[in-house]
Write a protein that binds this ligand. Sequence first.
Ligand code: KG4
Ligand code: ZN
Length: 337
Amino acid sequence: MKILGIETSCDETAASIIEGKNGKIKILSNIISSQINIHKKWGGVVPEVAAREHVLNILPVVDEAIKKAKVKKNKIDAIAVNYGPGLITSLIVGIETAKTLSYAWNVPLIATNHIESHIYANFLDEKKIKFPALILTVSGGHNMLVLMKNHEKIKTIGETRDDAAGEAFDKAAQLLELGYPGGPEISKQAEKFKGRKTIELPRPMMNKPGYDFSFSGLKTALLYEIQKDKNWKNKIAEYSHEFQQAILDVLIYKTIKAAKEYKVRTIMLAGGVSANSELRKQMTEKIKKELDINFLIPNLNLTTDNATMGAIAGYYKARDKKFTSWNKIKVDCNAKL
Ligand code: KG4
Ligand code: ZN
């Protein structure tokens, strides 16, 4: 089954073609047109600008995905589109394009949730996943621990009460006068730190019961530290290292705790923050040491926003005949991203 995926929830215009067969996915194309350079100068995504860029880019991106995959349009079996959460005016561009193509080509439409799609970036080979699975899915817009009993039963057991980890990285990078997006910049700086630790930031919610997170106080703690440190500009690597480690300690601790409580058989990472090399490394080590169960991480090019993840989620829905008629698809109004 060949699926065209479309993703426009934030500042990436993306289209992808995948082929799914018996729970195995082949990626035929994965085109992403990023607007990062456009939004950089404002230090974050400007929704109106993002939507206009999507309008300009969407058809060339879809066209490129089809050409790169060397697939004839009449061989596409379904179109999967992420309907939210995301920036409303950005989402509309992808959704209307998907609806129009579905109508014109007479192929079924599949509505996929953006967060669910991030999770499905791990589902290239269904055999590798043993249920129940626990997924730590963390990006700029969401920060959740999700328990998955099967493709139908997906439950959030914890989420952030304020900022997501990616958002915290982005805001901390602004405080430290690093670029946008903040995660990769903080991670680059953190790698440079080799000395003895002199700064201590809090590990929010670490010892509170339950699986919720909170990262806005951590950013404020960083702000207070640099306000009283006249020399902070010479210690950016150390501040970045401690900030990153504070986030990782909480994410890893809560994931391991939930994995033990729910006796899961697989742990997965998902979302933009799963591109973080220290998170990938430290989580791998911790799971090996404490649980020794199956651990999956998405390929790097499937961590931040892309359309392949939605196409994969779409394949599993199409396999179960979960289509959405073009006049029923609804945009999920969620301004959190
Ligand atoms: O999934 P994504 O592309 O978009 C949302 O759905 O939000 O995630 C983007 C987020 C940004 O906040 C960015 O700073 C973060 O993922 N991110 C990282 C890294 N790469 C991207 N955070 C930490 N380390 C990274 N290497
Ligand atoms: Zn995302």
